[in-house]
Design a protein around this ligand. Structure first.
Ligand SMILES: [Zn+2]
Length: 73
């Protein structure tokens, strides 16, 4: 599941969207602190990665390059 994060100030009182802020997290690609909005990707067993929107293009390019290399081995 991929969602956009939101600042804590925009979360509702009962916390329906609690946990979706990227504040204090690190971008999986560049390692810098993330800020809202960012992209949150939840894996199959509860793992979560945060990534800046600006980093997605380079991340995907690198991922595709590695995938192609892996498939040719
Ligand atoms: Zn980044």
């Amino acid at each position: 599941m991929v969602v956009l994060t939101r600042p804590v100030s925009e979360l509702d009182e009962i916390g329906t969207t609690f946990g979706l802020s990227a504040a204090g997290q690190r971008c999986v690609y560049c390692g810098e602190l993330t800020h809202d909005p960012a992209i949150l990707w939840s894996g199959g067993e509860g793992s979560q990665i945060y990534i800046h929107a600006e980093c997605v293009d380079n991340f995907c390019t690198s991922l595709l390059r590695d995938m192609r290399e892996c498939l040719t081995l």
